[in-house]
Write a protein that binds this ligand. Sequence first.
Ligand code: FA5
Ligand code: MG
Length: 463
Amino acid sequence: AATSTANVTTNSKTVEINGKKYATDSWFNVSSTVLSLTSRKLHLQKDHPVAITRKIIESVFPEPTYRYYNEFDPVVSTYENFDSLGFPPDHPGRARTDTYYINKNTLLRTHTSAHEAELFRASASGGYLISADVYRRDEVDRSHYPVFHQMEGARVWDRDKVPGKDLAAAVLADLERLPKHNMTVEDPNPPFHPERNPLQAGHHTEAEAAAVAAHLKRSLELMVNEIFSRAKAAAAAANAAAGDASPTDNKNNEEPLRVRWVEAYFPFTSPSWELEVFYQGDWLEVLGCGVSRQELHAGAGRPSQVGWAFGIGLERIAMLLFRIPDIRLFWSRDERFLSQFRGVEDDPSRIRPFVPFSKHPACYKDVSFWLAGAFSAAGGNPRGGAADWHENDLMEVVRDAAGDCVEDVRLVDEFTHPKTGRRSKCYRINYRSLEKTLTNQETNEMHDRVVRGLVEKLGVEIR
Ligand code: FA5
Ligand code: MG
């Protein structure tokens, strides 16, 4: 018979994804909603804003120096996604609460870095870009969705093949050939950090690491410059069409572009950075990157290869470029959304800020419940009890029951009973369709499904 516990449904022994069958086991935790999105591949849909964004970034990393890979399947091994990149066995990203598993050894990739080993093997010299759908169990709000798209780029040099075997000189010569820009770039942190980001001393000299980092940073600054110049031109064109040419009224053109490099940590790069852009009053992280760990090149059978890699969220860039206010919109099949981008992929000068269709009313509903495992605080750690509570499981139940009609989900109250130790939580679910006004009946039906799902899948007791 079908059995369900906290987000594990073991009523079938196989699952089919993009035409291939996989055996499931007790690690399986992919909801039907997420399974159904594996076929969408928004980065390949003509005139979709994710695809347009991909193409613009590709234009900054031209062929044949960079090769493009856009069709890699989202199902990868746990080894590729984590072990091959040096993630320790106890890394939190490996948890079933954070990652969608098909079975213990197979998962939906959480990032495009899952393909580094394979692509480092293929990239004798030069580089690559890979764009793909990635999957993460996460919260529900206007900037998080369980499926999004990443682009990863890498560039390598083979120290045995560069002129005079002078790696730093070869990298700096390539840097000289890149265009320049006039953005304001802040780079306040020292290039190395003794624990998080040491020089890979057995493999690189400081001058070599500095040359690779300089090439990496200029390449990515040029990419950000390209995106923001296009966003600015789009805003100016929209304002001109609206008959508003006065620069003082033109909010979109006020701020000169500011970017900064911030030290970051990734198990597969050292040193590592994130690039942040100053946008609407705040620093926004747009990508992670660094000098690739030499173990990865060696593991790919190319120990004399040295280089850099970056990973960027395409939705995050597309939201800036087109001023798209809610990440759910990318999945819309509504003509009022899709028609705004038609013809733009072949002619990016036609980019205009997205014009939201009328905002439909929101309706929030609260749900309060006791966690399963009545005596867990006093009496230990019953299986499936309060100690196993993970908010991402609730998020998944909500997404499954109400799909894209939920704008966000927030914890509004928690409480531990002083005598029994029972824990209670109250979540506020904000229902709002992007496409129409929901009737009371529709909202009530969705909320009932959410409540039933919480009871059946998470074993909570409604208060
Ligand atoms: C990574 O995924 C690394 N693989 C990036 C990398 C590649 C580093 C190569 C070094 C070398 P991170 O989890 O920070 O890192 O995600 C990278 C980018 O993806 C973020 O900067 C952001 O732009 C985007 N991103 C991450 N999480 C989300 C999300 N939930 N929704 C939308 N975009 C996201
Ligand atoms: Mg990050």
